[in-house]
Design a binder for this molecule. Structure first.
Ligand code: NDP
Length: 454
């Protein structure tokens, strides 16, 4: 079997070497999942709930270990990595309540009784990107298992370590073999096989819009069910009546979190012209104060980018002569470092304004009034998230309704809470994850009519 060397992006040193799954290995895993399915869907709701609660507890017992793996594999700062591992346990616990509440309906009809059942969709393929390997795994895994489906996860080739460990913990928690498998391998091989294989009934894909489009086309061949969480180019809209100090203090973290490798990054900061200069003055210390460095140190806020290739791609958005308004610091020496960078002024056709940079690069642009703010915010093929800063509740609601995005926050930058639905408008995705309705994406509604008259 071919092997892949996992690198620590903060040091460029090898962490470990892992075997890379082939298409034949994917076929074998799919066969195991198909074989595991009847027994898994037959587990009683109460027992499935207990197994998921047990799985959550085992993950919670291994938060430090999982966080350590993510620090080494992805360069995530330690506080963030601990949050991510804890989040896996929380998402599993949240959906452990679902099997016992997976209620169909009884619908009044003439001549009999009509009931609906929420049947498991079948084998689920989860294709996970490298930016948040643990949370994104959990968002698909937990509701899919709760609904009675076996799951095969394919982590990104660059970041397989936590997913592989979570699969071991599932077995330790007593989940039957074959119910949750992880295949570390290439997207173009293993990912494609999951998309193409007729026995896989549902794909959950998170990643770039271009690959998502390819996955969608592949799913069309067998009319496979599909959830897509794709790119973003979200706006952070700051009105003149906002609490400017808070808006400026929090704007950097809303885009530089996870070194900007976040589909919800508010990478277009739109500021009402009358307070633009004041905002920029407040923004500067907030950006230069970001501690970029060794992810294992507790004070670190931002780590490295994921790879040398990705750093080169991010750097292409800040060419020589780019209008750098603020630049933070980054370590020199080994590691895929890139400093937090704010560009202004930029035009609406600048690639830094139009493209998902997926790195610590933000643009700041002035606007005149509410109508222009909305027009600029919606001037993108994406529609994932965004923030609105104002003290005027009417304006907050008007703008929140007008911005074409799936996840908006007012006077904050919250995007992902496992209690609430998450997903994108336009080319940011298809369907929703998380929240109380997530099981809809992993079940088929079956309608049964029982005649009561001879
Ligand atoms: P991709 O969209 O290519 O990768 C996401 C996942 O899809 C990975 O697991 C990848 O596997 C897999 N994959 C790749 N090709 C296929 C395929 N043909 N069929 C099925 N699965 C496939 O993202 P990249 O890693 O290439 O990142 C490129 C850019 O995408 C980033 O710079 C960023 O802009 C954006 N992106 C956005 C994300 C988001 O959350 N919105 C997440 C990640 C990236 P493997 O990596 O092993 O090849």
């Amino acid at each position: 079997m071919p092997e892949f060397t996992v690198l620590n992006p903060a040091t460029e040193q090898a962490v470990t070497t892992i075997p890379v799954a082939t298409a034949a290995a994917a076929d074998a895993a799919i066969a195991r999942a198909v074989a595991a399915q009847p027994a898994w869907r037959a587990v009683s709701p109460g027992d499935r709930a207990r197994l998921l609660r047990g799985f959550a507890a085992v993950v919670a017992d291994h938060v430090e270990e999982l966080a350590g793996l993510e620090i080494a594999n992805s360069g995530h700062p330690v506080g963030q990595a601990r949050w991510e591992a804890t989040h896996v346990a929380e998402v599993l616990r949240y959906y452990s309540a679902a099997p016992e509440r997976l209620c169909g309906r009884q619908i009044p009809v003439a001549g009999g009784l009509d009931v609906t059942f929420l049947e498991p969709v079948g084998v689920v393929g989860l294709i996970v990107p490298w930016n948040f390997p643990m949370p994104i795994l959990a968002w698909g895994l937990a509701p899919a298992l709760a609904a009675g489906n076996p799951v095969i996860a394919k982590p990104a080739e660059l970041t397989p370590l936590t997913a592989l460990r979570v699969a071991e913990l599932a077995l330790e928690a007593g989940l039957p073999a074959g119910v949750f498998q992880v295949l570390a391998g290439r997207g173009s091989v293993v990912g494609r096989r999951l998309v193409e294989h007729p026995a896989v009934r549902k794909i959950v894909f998170t990643g770039s819009t271009d690959t998502g489009r390819e996955v969608m086309a592949g799913c069309a061949a067998s009319v496979k069910r599909l959830t897509l969480e794709l790119g973003g180019k979200s706006a952070n809209i700051v009105f003149a009546d906002a609490r400017l100090d808070r808006a400026a203090a929090t704007a950097p973290q809303a885009v530089f979190d996870n070194a900007g490798q976040d589909c919800c990054a508010r990478s277009r900061i739109l500021v009402q012209r009358s307070v633009f200069e004041e905002f920029m003055e407040l923004l500067e210390p907030a950006v230069t104060g970001i501690v970029v460095g060794d992810p294992a140190l507790p004070g670190t806020v931002m780590g490295p980018l994921i790879s040398a290739d990705h750093r080169a791609r991010v750097a292409s958005y800040v060419p020589d002569g780019a209008p750098v308004a603020v630049r933070g610091s980054a370590p020199s020496g080994p590691g895929f470092w890139f400093p937090p960078t704010v560009l202004a002024p930029v035009g609406r056709d600048d690639p830094a304004f139009t493209d998902e940079v997926f790195g610590p690069v933000a643009v700041v642009m002035p606007f005149e009034d509410e109508a222009e703010a909305i027009a600029i915010a919606n001037d993108t093929r994406y529609g994932l998230s965004g923030s609105i800063w104002t003290q005027d509740v009417g304006r907050a609601l008007r703008v929140a309704r007008a911005v074409e995005a799936g996840n908006l926050s007012v006077n904050s930058h919250s995007s992902v809470r496992y209690w609430t639905p998450f997903g994108g408008f336009k080319q940011s995705g298809l369907g929703r994850e998380l929240g109380p309705d997530a099981l809809d994406a992993f079940t088929e509604t079956k309608n049964v009519f029982i005649a009561t008259e001879d």
